[in-house]
Design a protein around this ligand. Structure first.
Ligand code: G
Ligand code: G
Ligand code: MN
Ligand code: NA
Length: 250
């Protein structure tokens, strides 16, 4: 169909952009890094949101070249920022079963001369739905390279806790829907407490997503989250704006 051809062309002809959303250290509110989020500027449709083209990219296999572009662009950006600033990119299940992925990642970080631990790959629980043995193998090889692996959107998926002890995840990201619900719902607070305890037992860094208010921030910090992400500290922003933030601009 039309949109698929457009996307293939769009990837090649520079219609994709990455935005960067800040990640903040909960203890001192300093900037620790960014999550890269892709945008597609279609010549006639205008801005197409990722929820409209990532599923299409996954179905058609275009997620592979798209994902390679994202990794390249994110590493290029990270190389211009100080060593203590990390960059996270989102990975689809379909990318995680490619045995060549570790080599692709290694090539990107080597070419851009960034330390492996400055790159973080975010995956959701859905990676284990299909070829779970294959995905686990690729994740272990990525971990061996020294890149970070974050379990994204935790709690929203098909939560099977069995793979948490496979020692591949260094970080757990609590989905924003929990964070916002916690403002009104004691049961949700109890769920977050349990998630935090679970993650601590596995020595994982805990990030709260979707933090929009000062109340959200205090609540998630008090519950033991190490890192905070959300509109309170910044929406996804351009590379130029992110670089200003890195330089300490307000
Ligand atoms: O900001 P937001 O609307 O960008 O993101 C919507 C969804 O799109 C999120 O679930 C996010 O994980 C996903 N997404 C954003 N960028 C990428 C990307 O580069 N690759 C993949 N696979 N998913 C992405
Ligand atoms: O990769 P993931 O599915 O976690 O993507 C994060 C999504 O959440 C993106 O679409 C991003 O734009 C969005 N997001 C980030 N911070 C906030 C926030 O504070 N509130 C809301 N409603 N959405 C957020
Ligand atoms: Mn994410
Ligand atoms: Na999320």
């Amino acid at each position: 169909i039309r949109l698929e051809k457009d996307l293939a062309h769009g990837i090649q002809s520079g219609q994709l952009r990455l935005l960067y959303q800040p990640l903040i250290d909960a203890s001192n509110q300093s900037l620790t890094g960014f999550e890269a989020l892709v945008r597609w500027h279609h010549p006639t449709r205008g801005l197409v949101p990722p929820n409209d083209f990532i599923p299409l990219a996954e179905e058609t296999g275009l997620i592979v070249p798209l994902g390679e572009w994202v990794m390249e662009e994110a590493c290029r950006a990270a190389a211009t920022w100080p060593e203590h600033i990390s960059v996270a990119i989102n990975m689809s299940a379909r990318q995680l079963v490619l045995p060549s992925l570790p080599a692709t990642v290694n090539s990107a970080i080597s070419r851009h001369r960034i330390q492996p631990d400055r790159l973080e790959l975010e995956v959701t629980e859905s990676v284990f739905l299909e070829d779970s043995a294959g995905a686990l193998d690729v994740l272990k090889r990525l971990r061996a390279l020294g890149v970070g692996i974050a379990l994204d959107d935790f709690g929203t998926g098909y939560s099977s806790l069995g793979y948490l002890n496979k020692a591949v995840f260094h970080k757990l990201k609590i989905d924003g829907s929990f964070v916002r619900e916690a403002a009104e719902n004691k049961e949700t607070v109890a769920i977050i407490q349990s998630i935090v305890q679970l993650a601590r037992n596995f020595r994982m860094t805990i990030t709260a997503e979707g933090v929009e208010t000062a109340d959200d921030f205090m609540r998630m910090k008090d519950l033991g989250c190490h890192q905070i992400q959300g509109y309170l500290f910044g929406k996804p922003m351009s590379y130029d704006r992110a670089s200003e933030l890195v330089q300490g601009a307000p």
